[in-house]
Design a protein around this ligand. Structure first.
Ligand SMILES: Cc1ncc(COP(=O)(O)O)c(C=O)c1O
Length: 419
């Protein structure tokens, strides 16, 4: 990674270990900025993808805003230099105290996701004698054709309100002294690889914004959310250049600034999860050195070969949760040698604990370091202590330097909060 040996990092900091490349994050930000250069816009980084303070500081220092979904993320965003004036607050279940913090801090806007939330926000703003800038999150009922657990803009999803209800919420807010509608928003889901769903959503939002303006409710921002897909297995990324090229003619010279909320697209490719091979084994019929290297094992008939690594679903949940396909490479590339098909599994007591299934890989020796690639988003941020496993450490690489940005949790940390 950059000028640093991954195997060296594994030995120095231990495994499992998340490592991120500063250059990769900066280059992805530059790429997005260049693609959208011709359109007035603001990128609000979705902190949930990777809320590490060091990464957030890097991203805020480049002038991006933040998309937050909890009071905790608000605190993290503020501490890492995102100004409240560039922060937007989404989520269906904001509590009264979270709304209170958001109104006091004067965020760019609060994304309202239901009529009851609007009423509560009204009450909070009135009590504080302040005006809250709001957006309404529209559920456009558009299929982004991604994994069913990561669609958010379908009518069956809990997010946002249908367009007709959104219009009513805007009208209601416009009449309130303490609320000011400034934006319209939607977010279709994650790992979206086609421009088409974005365009359909954009057209719906634009048409609603235009008719609201005609009624005397002019908005300033049009926010089409995040979800820009990155490469996964055979599937390619959503190209920001194509997205920008498709959006530009739709926006025309309409006086609305565009917001995008990329999370994964900015950080996924910067990160690798380093793990160590502990053991190899085989179920009946799947003998590691039997059979022809590279042949696909037939489920239920040929048994399985297993490579057991020291990273489990508590460290990296995406394969188990979403069947995500992440490339796995040895930290030191072998010179030739046969490849075998195997399942790469972790130490957690669940059969759903795997990093990869039926993957063609060089047959490793115990102690070898492997890297799971594209692990910079929703990797550490979704990790847990399940099975009482202390969470991994995180390292940021920049040129020849590698800095520990979060220490490995210890056994003591497991008990720190118990009373
Ligand atoms: C409201 C909102 N914005 C942005 C994102 C970021 O999505 P992604 O990381 O896929 O870009 C999410 C992810 O769930 C979200 O819920």
């Amino acid at each position: 990674m950059e000028d640093v040996s991954l195997e060296g990092l594994a030995h120095r900091f231990g495994t499992p270990l998340y490592v991120y490349s500063e250059a990769a994050i900066l280059s992805q930000i530059r790429r997005f900025e260049a693609a959208f250069h011709g359109l007035p816009h603001l990128f609000c980084y979705a902190l949930k993808a990777n809320p590490s303070g060091r990464l957030c500081r890097l991203i805020s220092s480049r002038g991006l805003g933040a998309d937050i979904v909890s009071g905790g993320e608000m605190e993290r965003a503020l501490r890492s230099g995102f100004p409240a004036s560039r922060m937007i607050f989404s989520g269906v279940g904001k509590t009264e105290s979270e709304l209170d913090w958001a109104v006091r801090r004067r965020l760019l806007f609060i994304n309202v996701e239901s009529e009851e939330e609007l009423r509560r926000l009204e009450g909070v703003a009135k009590r504080l004698k302040k005006t809250a800038d709001i957006s309404v999150r529209v559920n456009p009922d558009i299929d982004p054709r991604t994994h069913r657990h990561i669609t958010t803009g379908l009518a069956v999803n809990k997010f946002g309100v249908p367009p007709a209800a959104a219009r009513d919420l805007f009208r209601r807010a416009a009449k309130q002294k303490h609320l000011r509608p400034v934006a319209i928003q939607c977010h279709l889901g994650s790992q979206i690889r086609e421009v088409k769903p974005y365009l359909s959503a954009l057209r719906q939002l634009l048409s609603l914004a235009r008719s609201l303006a005609a009624e005397g409710i002019p908005l300033r921002w049009l926010d089409i959310g995040g979800g820009m897909g990155v490469a996964e297995g055979e599937k390619g990324e959503l190209n920001p250049e194509s997205l920008a090229a498709a959006i530009a003619p739709e926006m025309g010279d309409y006086p609305l600034r565009l917001i995008l909320e990329p999370g994964r697209a900015l950080v996924a490719g910067s990160g690798a999860l380093l793990m160590k091979v502990l053991y190899r084994k085989a179920s009946a019929g799947g003998g590691p050195l039997r059979g022809t290297p590279g042949t696909r094992l037939r489920r239920g008939r040929d048994g399985r070969r297993f490579v057991i690594v020291d990273a489990g679903m508590n460290d990296f949940a995406r394969p188990s949760l979403y069947d995500a396909h992440h490339p796995i490479v040895p930290a030191v590339l072998p010179r030739g040698g046969p490849k075998f098909r195997a399942d790469v599994v972790g130490p957690i007591c669940e059969s759903g604990d795997f990093v990869a299934k039926d993957r063609l890989l060089p047959w490793p020796a115990p102690g070898d370091v492997w890297a799971v690639l594209m692990a910079g988003a929703y990797g550490f941020s979704m990790s847990s202590q399940y099975n009482s496993r202390p969470r991994a450490a995180e390292v940021l690489v920049s040129g020849h330097e590698a800095a520990l940005i979060r220490r490995r949790e210890t056994l003591k940390d497991l008990f720190a909060l118990e009373r």
